[in-house]
Design a protein around this ligand. Structure first.
Ligand code: MN
Length: 141
């Protein structure tokens, strides 16, 4: 286990909400998965938005981590589809992007995302954003 994961694992564990990771880059996917699992979250993952939409319908995750640049459908289009379906409309979503210039926080929130992180992720900031967005969702019911 890396030092950063060790540090994270020593902190308070959280309730095991299910989080769907949609990310085509294997290294990023593994980092996000490891950090979330060490923290006590359950995760499912896929490399494409198309498959992600199916998983969102089938498994009703509490939160989706949505990479913006994906091989087929992009993350913004996928979010629009999620929001257009009453069955997935209420799922919280955080945009994860490597292009902070093109996809800044304001434009991503305007597209309907609940949260925002840039790659490479900072573990502490990332976990704080996940917790913040899950709390927002709890307040909304
Ligand atoms: Mn990508």
């Amino acid at each position: 286990m890396s030092f950063v994961l060790f540090v994270v694992s020593q902190e308070k564990k959280v309730a095991g909400e299910l989080i769907l990771i949609i990310e085509d880059n294997e290294k990023n996917r593994k980092l996000v998965r490891d950090v979330l699992q060490v923290k006590g979250y359950k995760t499912i993952e896929t490399e494409t938005a198309e498959e992600g939409l199916k998983l969102a319908l089938q498994q009703s995750p509490a939160l989706i981590l949505m990479d913006i640049q994906l091989p087929g459908m992009d993350g913004i289009t996928a979010l629009k589809q999620l929001r257009a379906d009453p069955k997935t409309n209420g799922i919280a979503a955080i945009a994860i992007t490597a292009s902070a210039m093109t996809h800044n926080r304001q434009t991503m929130l305007a597209e309907g995302f609940d949260g925002y992180q840039t790659k490479p992720i900072s573990v502490k900031e990332f976990l704080a954003e996940v917790q913040r967005v899950l709390n927002l969702k709890d307040r909304k019911g």
